[in-house]
Design a protein around this ligand. Sequence first.
Ligand code: SF4
Length: 107
Amino acid sequence: MKNTRRTFFIQALSSAGALSAFALAKSINAQTPEMVAETDPTAVALGYKADASKVDKQKYPNYSAAQSCSGCALFQGKASDAAASCAAFGNKRVAGKGWCSAWTKKT
Ligand code: SF4
């Protein structure tokens, strides 16, 4: 009898813990990282523009119109994604059509 009650409580606590962990994981997944603002200090330092055609070509002569975030090795999404996390910005999201001076060709 005592073992049955103990077993019941252990199972109940395990189930509650599993449910809490599931709810927490679901909550974390539901939070989409924020977009990087062009005014973000890191964005300013790297010359990030959400629209690559607005890049200061005088300041960044290495920029080419063929380069955009969607083709960058640090872009965490698919090439067709409008936005995705970027490792250069602590995984905040950047526009697929964006660009910054840390651009590195995806291989
Ligand atoms: S590192 Fe790459 S993906 Fe990130 S903002 Fe710069 S060009 Fe875009």
